[in-house]
Design a protein around this ligand. Structure first.
Ligand code: NAD
Length: 336
């Protein structure tokens, strides 16, 4: 079956990891027509806006996008394209599966957890103001509506993927109203999922637990800020930013992207690890029900990292992005 997917190659290492991913998808024989768009600085130069309307309407039509990282200037300059995209399309659930990868040695084995992060509110609502000079307020917004739908998303995800436990992470002992509401919504929702074991953890304890015993956790449900921080922590358990995929999911619409940024320090030098982007593409393939192709790509990728020991420099190897990608493509074409 032919699929139509929106593609945002991004900037920095974005175009390199995107090209690698397209090469692997085509070696796996998946039939996708891409609607390709720039975003960020490139779009600003070409279209006068960082997030062109044509790009948004393409995703509204195709319902699915694959996205490379896009640079956000620090301090001044334009606002984050990533945040803009999530807001414009109401992609309220950020999902990061964090799983140990064969051949990628870390301090831990058997990590297999999924961070589900609320993507639209909390301290990321951007409501900040100066009360008097020297005093600023930043508002943390938590609503029953958003907390309930993300709790439902996490429980549905657990049900669909055969996961047994959902741990809600909070600081409701201090933020009794805001985190209290988030926790309360989870408690109400999870009652309707008898197969899901609910668990509650205070966020500071959760940080310690994750670095001591990550294998004990399954699905982790968090507000926006805790989710942002803890999901990066979680990537460090399995080999870092270069190997963890992600998705931003709304109702009937999803944008798949690697966890890492545009890595300007290594851009254009053939050093980028495309693993995270390739795994994001396998999540996308499962979303469009190309499960077999997703399984084949994952098997080829893990064989190259594990059995073949071919790795990019971030994982201690010497392979270039192209050499690594071609090794995966060869495995796919040799085992059709
Ligand atoms: P980064 O993820 O780009 O880089 C952090 C470090 O990890 C760097 O040393 C980099 O070389 C390395 N790294 C990242 N991805 C790698 C890969 N695939 N292979 C090998 N090494 C890799 O984070 P940063 O430096 O904080 O951010 C750079 C830019 O990216 C910023 O403008 C930031 O706003 C943007 N960013 C975008 C996204 C996104 O588009 N979703 C996410 C995070 C950051």
């Amino acid at each position: 079956m032919k699929h139509l997917v929106t593609l945002i190659p991004g900037d920095g290492i974005g175009p390199e990891v995107t090209a690698a991913t397209l090469r692997v998808l085509s070696a796996a024989g998946v039939d996708i027509t891409w609607e390709r768009f720039p975003a960020g600085a490139q779009a600003l130069a070409e279209h006068g806006t960082t997030l062109p309307d044509a790009l948004l309407s393409s995703i509204r039509r195709t319902r699915v996008a694959l996205k490379g990282p896009v640079t956000t200037p620090v301090g001044g300059g334009f606002t984050s394209v990533n945040v803009g995209l999530r807001k414009a399309l109401d992609l309220y659930a950020n999902v990061r599966p964090v799983k140990s990868i064969p051949g990628v040695r870390t301090r831990y084995e058997n990590v297999d957890l999924v961070v589900v992060r609320e993507n639209t509110e909390d301290l990321y609502s951007g409501l900040e103001h100066v009360v008097v000079p020297g005093v600023v307020e930043s508002l943390k917004v938590i609503t029953e509506r958003a907390s309930t739908r993300i709790a439902r998303f996490a429980c549905d995800y657990a049900r669909k993927h055969g996961r047994r436990k959902v741990t809600v992470v909070h600081k409701a002992n201090i933020m009794k109203l805001s985190d209290g509401l988030f926790l309360d919504c989870f408690r109400k929702v999870v009652q309707h999922y008898p197969e899901v074991q609910p668990e509650e953890k205070i966020v500071d304890n959760m940080c310690m637990q994750l670095v001591m015993h990550p294998e004990r956790y399954d699905v982790l449900l968090m507000e926006n800020l805790y989710g942002d921080i803890l999901s990066d922590l979680a990537t460090g358990l399995v080999g870092g930013l270069g190997v963890v995929p992600g998705a931003n999911i709304g109702d009937g619409m999803a944008v798949f992207e690697a966890v890492h940024g545009s890595a300007p320090d290594i851009a254009g030098r053939g050093l980028a690890n495309p693993t995270a982007m390739i795994l994001s593409a396998t999540m996308m393939l499962r979303y469009i029900e190309e499960n077999q192709a997703a399984d084949r790509i994952e098997a080829a990728l893990f064989a190259v990292l594990g059995e073949d020991g071919i790795k990019t420099p971030d994982l201690g190897g010497t392979a270039t992005t192209t050499e690594f990608t071609e090794a995966i493509a060869t495995r796919l074409t040799d085992n059709p």
